[in-house]
Design a protein around this ligand. Structure first.
Ligand code: ARG
Length: 458
């Protein structure tokens, strides 16, 4: 019945049951209970300090809310669909418990600024958590990069063998991506970490509230500057979803490589059994389920970003009920990103590296052809001419089914008189890797110093 509703005053007919269910958000926003209670306690203390409600009421409110918190955490709280959302579920319970005083809590506040506050409080902690998970994965990558500094693999472009690289260099590329992801999360946190409470429904409030005091209690370094924007802004959530989408894109690329590398054609790595499953029909199979699933889950995170962007598109100021649709994409993204990062860190830590196989593959596909060209340049040939010479040598090798490293000095000299005996040492995969001794290059010394810098957080 309308009479049960906190907003029932102006209504004469009860809410249709299905409408009630359709419009409720308690099914998913109960996750915000802790933030809601924390925010309400701060608000109540401010109301008391400002003399807007009596201090005795504040004490009752705080005590009542703490009891409700315990009840929820003990699983003893009955969430009611009729009470629509977490805010009204808690407030109604508080009033049922302590009466009059409970009914004073919502003075100078609206659910519109309340929900904005709760989401910001929630997301703020989750971002800190995600940054920690990113650190764990980065740490696992650094561990593998350090342990496998001798491993040389083929580097690819177009998924064709291009040039030999250190396997550690490849891993460090992901360290770069994940470090940027962490930076994006931290940057987004600055805009999440602003107090919206005090905006009221949309225009502010007639009570002499102290927003700075609420901000201080809740550890917000700043307060929002415009009440309309405070209740209608979800940019901070969109930024988080965008940062998460990029993060998942990185994990999907890594997943793809892990899947490829663990095929019997590549055999570069072996994922430990715990991260794979078998096939119900093919006894030989060991499927890389975890990276496949992370690759797949990237789709839902992109979907969540698109969902919220579309919810927010064209919404007139200020709050609109559409915005209740912000929570599920947000929560789902948080769960997906945390789960993916956690499982990835464990998987990387346990991954076995087949250094020999990688080393062999690094020598295929004329991977040191560029080194021959560079060699000729050092002997005085312009690069374009050197490129041409090596191209011809490669064609000759293809024709005769041999590798570039199989050519004799006499054969080399068919292509260029500048080739000498020192060619052979210049075109091993080790020489190729170590010759790339520039900042950001794959030479061992460079990779080692990059790993060190990452360890020191530089
Ligand atoms: N459950 C609502 C939401 O998540 C809370 C804010 C409702 N405000 C309102 N005026 N109906 O957005």
């Amino acid at each position: 019945m309308s009479k049960d509703k906190l907003w029932g005053g102006r209504f004469t007919q009860p809410t249709d049951k299905f409408v009630e269910e359709f419009t409720a958000s308690i099914q998913f926003d109960k996750r915000l209970y802790h933030q809601d209670i924390r925010g309400s306690i701060a608000h109540a203390r401010m109301l008391g300090k400002q003399g807007i409600i009596p201090m005795e009421d504040v004490e009752q409110i705080v005590h009542g809310l703490q009891q409700i918190l315990q009840q929820i955490e003990a699983g003893e709280f009955d969430f009611s669909i009729a009470l629509e959302d977490i805010h009204m579920n808690i407030e109604a319970r508080l009033s049922a418990k302590i009466g009059e005083a409970g009914k004073r809590l919502h003075t100078g506040r609206s659910r519109n600024d309340q929900v904005a506050l709760d989401i910001r409080l929630y997301l703020r902690d989750e971002i800190v958590d995600i940054a920690t998970y990113l650190d764990l994965l980065i740490d696992a990558l650094l561990g593998q990069a350090e342990a496998n500094l001798d491993v040389i693999m083929p580097g690819f472009t177009h998924l064709q063998t291009a040039q030999p690289i250190l396997f550690s260099h490849h891993l460090m590329a992901y360290v770069e991506m994940l470090t940027r992801d962490k930076g994006r999360m931290e940057d987004c946190l600055k805009r999440v970490n602003v107090l919206p409470l005090g905006a009221g429904a949309l225009a502010g409030t007639t009570f002499p509230i102290d927003r700075e005091y609420v901000a201080e209690q809740l550890n917000f370094p700043a307060i929002t500057r415009n009440s309309l924007d405070s209740v209608s802004d979800r940019d901070f959530a969109l930024e988080f979803l965008a940062a998460s989408s990029i993060l998942m894109m990185h994990l999907s690329r890594f997943s793809e490589e892990l899947i490829l590398w663990s095929t019997s054609e590549f055999r570069f790595i072996e994922l430990s059994d715990g991260f794979c499953t078998g096939s119900s029909i093919m006894p030989q199979k060991k499927n890389p389920d975890v990276p496949e699933l992370v690759r797949g889950k990237t789709g839902r995170v992109y979907g969540n970003l698109m969902a919220l962007l579309t919810v927010m598109k064209s919404l007139p100021l200020a709050y609109n009920k559409d915005m209740q649709e912000d929570k599920e994409p947000l929560f789902d993204t948080i769960d997906t990103v945390k789960g993916s990062l956690k499982i990835f860190a464990d998987m990387i830590r346990e991954m076995r590296i087949n250094g020999e196989t990688m080393r062999r593959a690094a020598g295929y596909g004329f991977s040191t052809a560029t080194d021959v060209a560079d060699y000729l340049v050092r002997k005085g040939l312009p690069f374009r001419d050197a490129h041409e010479v090596v191209g011809k040598a490669v064609a000759y090798c293809v024709e005769n089914e041999m590798d570039i490293t199989d050519l004799s000095l006499a054969e080399w000299q068919l292509f260029s008189a500048k080739v000498d005996n020192d060619i052979f040492a210049a075109i091993t995969v080790e020489a190729s890797v170590n010759a790339r001794n520039v900042p950001g290059g794959t030479a061992r010394a460079r990779v080692e110093s990059e790993i060190r810098a990452a360890r020191e957080g530089k």
